[in-house]
Design a binder for this molecule. Sequence first.
Ligand SMILES: NC(=O)c1ccc[n+]([C@@H]2O[C@H](COP(=O)([O-])OP(=O)(O)OC[C@H]3O[C@@H](n4cnc5c(N)ncnc54)[C@H](O)[C@@H]3O)[C@@H](O)[C@H]2O)c1
Length: 250
Amino acid sequence: MGRFEGKTAIVTGAAQGIGEGYARALGREGANVVVADLNAERGRQVAKQIVADGGAAVFCEVDVSDEASAAALAAFTMETYGSIDHVVNNAAIYGQMKLDLLLTVPWDYYKKFMSVNLDGALNVTRAVWKPMSKGGGGSIVNQSSTAAWLYSGFYGLAKVGVNGLTQQLSRELGGSKIRINAVAPGPIDTEATRTVTPGNMVADMVKQIPLQRMGTPDDLVGMCLFLLSDEAAWITGQIFNVDGGQIIRS
Ligand SMILES: NC(=O)c1ccc[n+]([C@@H]2O[C@H](COP(=O)([O-])OP(=O)(O)OC[C@H]3O[C@@H](n4cnc5c(N)ncnc54)[C@H](O)[C@@H]3O)[C@@H](O)[C@H]2O)c1
């Protein structure tokens, strides 16, 4: 029996990369998985693959920055599987993001970026917490980044926000028996990272990491599923780095 047998898990941004890794792992551990993403073509493929591997999954197209779209995701999940037990807020603008400064990034782009990368996690949480609560509670994992502890402009600022959101929401959700935590990965070798980070920058980053390599989506799965599971029953409002030792915080 998998740890998530009979439970329903929504993973946003699950059409590729890290989110796909989380969705497939949840599928292997028995969850009914909702692969939620803007990218319908790739999202459908991920859901199909989870089913082909013996799991249960459906795709749902969602824009995490849109209130009606998040409400539709929650309604679709309830209609399809009858409960929402776990949510991973992983979606973000990342692979194709503009490389610019806080001081100069076009204002409209900045507002759109924050509406997805920061507000998206709040928007989806606002859409799911009532059905989660009615079902007896559950758990949420927000995808942060070590970028929150390093200079990385508006990308890092959004992740600082995700950390704060995780801490603040833990107080508002605790009474409904909903736990919320964040995973802060170091640099992970995904298609998106290869698009946004030049090879020489990767080599420099790796030199600074005690474990001397980039991470993989599989390196993150253990922490994410632990935090979602009952093994973490007394953990909420926390941010966990999974980063090969990249960050030392005092
Ligand atoms: N790759 C890394 O090095 C790294 C490190 C730390 C944190 N992260 C974080 O992990 C997450 C995934 O990273 P990745 O490398 O897999 O990136 P990715 O770009 O491959 O995946 C992001 C996914 O989010 C989806 N998405 C974008 N906007 C959306 C929206 N408005 N609504 C719904 N879905 C939307 C995309 O279609 C894509 O499938 C992101 O939150 C990223 O910030 C990545």
